[in-house]
Design a protein around this ligand. Sequence first.
Ligand code: FDA
Length: 313
Amino acid sequence: MAIGFFDKTIAGSIGLIPKPIIRRVASRYVAGETIEEAIEEAERLNADGYRVTMDLLGEAISTMAEADAITATYIQILDTIQAHGIDSNISVKPTAVGLASSPVDLERNVRLLALHAAASGNFVRVDMEASPTTDDTIAVVRRLREAGHDNLGWVFQATLHRTRADLEALAAVGPNLRLCKGVYLEPEAIAWQSYDDINASYVDLLRYLLPRRDHFVGIATHDDPMADAAEAIISELGLTPDQYEFQVLLGVRPELRERLRDAGHKVRVYVPYGRAWHAYCVRRLEENPKFAGFVTRDVLRNPGMLLGDQSKR
Ligand code: FDA
């Protein structure tokens, strides 16, 4: 699916959209500004039969003091999850918790999070950002897993040509990973560009990963052909729900997550929250014109969103 004129035009005009409108749009995709709002959202999702992963919004960190503060907030999030008995792990952006400064700082903070999460039997997913961060992110998680922190997992992006080789190199570490298409616009030299090529790569990686019984695979997609392909492989292999789960973003195609849940799969919903919701939404919209198109089409289909209907369903 090529990025259309419509999407590019919308993406180029994001700065012109009034903040209250972005806020209404964001309310579908972001749980709120506070941990209390995120916990309420997680409780609703748990009651509906979904697992959760919580993401504290706060990208573009420039100082270690900020990265340490975000790490400390994630520690509080883990404590709050435990106190409320919620089925949720956490997802952290490498640059937000240290990589913007150095891989050593990332390693220190992710180790802290892994240790804290382990005390309550919880898990830390390290998101994957744009390609300049891939080597360091993979290496840091690898070192920590090899040091025994097996409650840590990676994310791999089907858009990148390198992903299959990365997975093969990590096979012995018993990876726990999320497979997504990849949200960053990457150069042609290192990444598939077309919808068909990205999908072919995604299915190829599913075919490589799902038969590996010592791997746990988070199948992160909202694309019906990808979900269908995954379901076909799962059924072919006779996998049980402890070997994989589907993962979706809050507010995106809720009918898909319902269908997957009702078919007996475990489904985890990614719940972003925090005061940085505006920067997060604007960056998502600017970085990926396709995303701008999705959101705008959604608003056109659900104009109530702009009038105060903030339902995430
Ligand atoms: P595709 O892009 O083809 O979209 C399929 C359909 O889903 C679209 O036609 C549209 O209807 C809908 N859709 C998809 N995304 C939407 C959106 N944001 N808003 C509204 N509608 C949308 N990426 C990354 O690079 N690093 C990461 O760590 C993560 N982490 C992550 C976690 C989880 C739980 C999910 C679901 C996704 C990510 N991603 C990510 C994002 C991922 O790489 C990808 O950009 C989006 O999920 C879109 O890809 P799809 O597989 O949904 O297919």
